[in-house]
Ligand binder design. Structure first.
Ligand SMILES: *[C@@H]1O[C@H](CO)[C@@H](O)[C@H](O)[C@H]1NC(C)=O
Ligand SMILES: *[C@@H]1O[C@H](CO)[C@@H](O)[C@H](O)[C@H]1NC(C)=O
Ligand SMILES: *[C@@H]1O[C@H](CO)[C@@H](O)[C@H](O)[C@H]1NC(C)=O
Length: 373
């Protein structure tokens, strides 16, 4: 069965959201349940509410700042909302949380995003289909606007499943909280293909799902995710993993299975921004910032060379970032566009002993496609 995002067509009103403003927190079991339901509603409405807020902020800046532009205003101009005023009909539409139709793919040149490793932290069948993958993780609000284009036509590619996973603010993946027993004091490898890296943390918690989520692209070839800005760990620049699936089956618990894979990649963030975010709590609690722990790895020093290799053919694997508000702490939106080959079929195999010391070898099923870089 081909899955089409049902969540995007659910209609909810902002009345539910205003109910959130309560004098005290939820107490009884039913109150807690209701609170969670409302929170989910809020998540679903978040892009519309953010757009509406942005519009009001733009109006505010017009009045208070004499029209000085806000970063957020720039972002939502593409959204089809009027520059200076919300038409009541548009407002009604925004408040009704209609399907997200306003997103437009960011146009970069039409280049194939190179295949990279899925790394050791992918969970087969583990990811939920959802837009908000933050759960209760602390960090900077980070919206990811991921566009997919077909490299053969340079047209946006609707209805492919974009699957993301990344580390939390202090560098851990859901399900992998601790080093292997006996490896607690391990130092990064000094030489060889794993130079700069440490052993992968084993999956010891099967339940955790945070900062992992998959969503089909809309008619504009865009999937939008809400998350927290990722942290980093030994040997790697800050990155977000991605897979793209052309077809998938939804399991009763909201996760999916898929046999075909058309892309595996990683997105990065410019170092200049990374080092600013490193100063903010909880990013400044990253264990690697403790004396003698080595600190952050810059993109150009990435131990797996993924950032470096990804620049082949002029592809920029970095998010194009804008502030959501007037200051960094109000959060960020990152745009990135991937060119994929729809005729490609990869099979990702996690073979820790293979080449490059533990990266996944991706077997192209079609001879037309590139092999792993
Ligand atoms: C991106 O821009 C190029 C050059 O302006 C254009 O030819 C191409 O159709 C655009 N692609 C998308 C996906 O908008
Ligand atoms: C990241 O996850 C680890 C492992 O679950 C946890 O110990 C740490 O507190 C988390 N970081 C933040 C900022 O919540
Ligand atoms: C969902 O169900 C599948 C199949 O039973 C299972 O393998 C997976 O662990 C479940 N995932 C979650 C997040 O519950």
């Amino acid at each position: 069965m081909r899955f089409i995002s049902a969540a995007a067509t659910a209609a909810v009103t902002l009345a539910a959201a205003s109910g959130l403003v309560a004098a005290h927190g939820p107490e009884s079991k039913s109150e807690v349940r209701e609170f969670h339901d409302r929170q989910k509603t809020m998540y679903h409405c978040a892009p519309q509410i953010a757009a509406y807020n942005a519009q009001r902020r733009a109006d505010w800046s017009q009045k208070v700042l004499g029209g000085a532009p806000l970063a957020a205003k720039k972002y939502f101009v593409d959204g089809g909302y009027k520059e200076n005023q919300v038409d009541p009909a548009d407002a009604a539409e925004i408040m009704a949380c209609n399907p997200i139709t306003e997103t437009k793919i960011r146009n970069s040149s039409c280049v194939l995003a190179p295949e990279t490793t899925e790394g050791p932290y992918y969970h087969t069948q583990g990811h939920l289909i959802r837009s908000n993958m933050a759960e209760y993780q602390l960090g900077l609000l980070f919206l990811m606007n991921v566009g997919v284009i077909d490299v053969e036509t340079c047209e946006p590619l609707p209805n492919v499943l974009v699957d993301l996973w990344h580390a939390n603010a202090t560098g851990y993946y859901a399900g992998h909280p601790t080093p292997k027993v006996g490896m607690e004091n391990e130092k990064p490898m000094a030489t060889g293909p794993r130079r700069g890296l440490m052993s992968a943390y084993p999956r010891t918690n099967e339940e955790e799902t945070w900062l992992r989520g998959a969503l089909p692209t809309d008619s504009n070839g865009v999937a939008e995710f809400t998350s927290v800005f990722p942290g980093y760990y030994t040997g790697r620049g800050t990155h977000v993993h991605v897979k793209v699936f052309p077809e998938w089956d939804v399991l009763p618990n909201g996760t999916f299975t898929s046999t075909n894979l058309i892309h595996t990649g990683q997105f990065f963030v410019e170092d200049a921004l990374n080092v600013e975010i490193d100063k903010i709590h909880p990013y400044n609690q990253n264990p690697l910032l403790a004396p003698g722990k080595g600190g952050r790895t810059r993109n150009w020093e990435d131990s797996l060379n993924i950032y470096q290799d990804s620049h082949d053919n002029g592809y920029m694997p970095t998010f194009d970032i804008e502030f959501l508000g007037g200051v960094l702490q109000q959060g960020l939106i990152g745009y990135v566009t991937m060119g994929v080959n729809t005729k490609a079929r990869y099979e990702a195999k996690w073979t820790p002993e293979s080449g490059r010391g533990g990266v996944v070898s991706q077997v192209p099923v079609s001879s037309e496609t590139k092999t792993e870089l």
